[in-house]
Design a protein around this ligand. Structure first.
Ligand SMILES: [Zn+2]
Length: 270
């Protein structure tokens, strides 16, 4: 993956031939992608890396870039599971980068949880958003329907806690009275742990499925196709593995799939 590219070189029209392409059925039926996309894959990946670098400022972007590179190397070497694991990570991380940028916060708790490696700590404490309806349900409750969550209101999708129970999560929480002031509303919540008056919301972090839902929420795009692709990647890793798929056929399959993914997600993210 070395050479320079020009945007004009990238033409996705050949994807039309693969309109019904389903990764999972190729894998289950052990079907081979005949065409070799090596040159166009290099051009598209380089272009994608440069677009990510230009659009996003957060250091969390580098993981998305490395996932593309490692996916490419894995596919080249016939490592199917590793290749698609990187595709899944790329989809998840690029979606998250877009969500973070749409949230419009100088200090973004999602971003900080990634950078500080605290994400798992919050999840382990059950500060988790499992679905987009859980996220929007909490917003509807405080702000009414069709509210677009930005800045401090995002914390209200988290868990209300008292001063004592929120004290370990200062970096990932926000005072309820500040949200009340910011939005001229009243919030009466009890601490989820001890029933005393809650004083802060601790942010809840989205599970992978909810990340794709959030991407749709923030961009207004239909993300069902991305959801299906994500589900296919998950089936590669669990429960099938697909280790019997022929190594020399991995690269063509992976590259067709990543090109299709980039084409779909770019319409939403850039
Ligand atoms: Zn408490």
């Amino acid at each position: 993956m070395a050479r320079n590219f020009s945007k004009k070189e990238i033409n996705f029209s050949f994807l039309k031939k693969y309109g019904n392409f389903s990764l999972l059925s190729y894998l289950i039926e052990n079907k081979r992608v005949q065409e070799n996309f090596e040159n166009i894959t290099e051009v598209i990946l380089n272009s994608e890396i440069s677009a990510i670098n230009t659009k996003f400022g957060t250091p969390a972007k580098y993981d998305a870039i490395i996932a593309l590179k490692q996916g490419y190397i894995s596919a080249k070497n016939g490592l199917l599971s590793a290749a698609f694991e990187n595709s899944r990570f790329f989809l998840e991380r690029l979606s998250l980068l877009k969500i973070i940028s749409c949230m419009d916060m100088e200090y973004n708790p999602y971003e900080q949880a990634i950078i500080n490696r605290d994400w798992h700590v919050l999840i382990d404490n059950k500060f988790t958003i499992y679905s987009i309806t859980q996220f929007t349900g909490r917003l509807n409750h405080y702000f009414g329907k069709n509210f677009m969550a930005r800045s401090s209101s995002i914390y209200s999708t988290g868990i209300p806690l008292c001063g004592i129970h929120s004290k370990h999560f200062k970096n990932y929480s926000y005072p309820i009275n500040e949200i009340e002031k910011d939005y001229a509303i009243t919030i009466n919540e009890k601490c989820a742990k001890c029933e005393k008056k809650a004083t802060r919301f601790v942010i809840s972090l989205p599970k992978a499925g909810a990340i794709i839902g959030l991407l749709g929420y923030y961009t207004g795009a239909d993300t069902r196709d991305l959801g299906k692709i994500y589900a296919d990647y998950s089936r590669v890793l669990h429960p099938y593995g697909f280790y019997s798929y022929s190594e020399e056929n991995v690269f063509n399959l992976w590259s067709l799939d990543i090109i299709r993914l980039v084409h779909l997600i770019n319409k939403i993210v850039f």
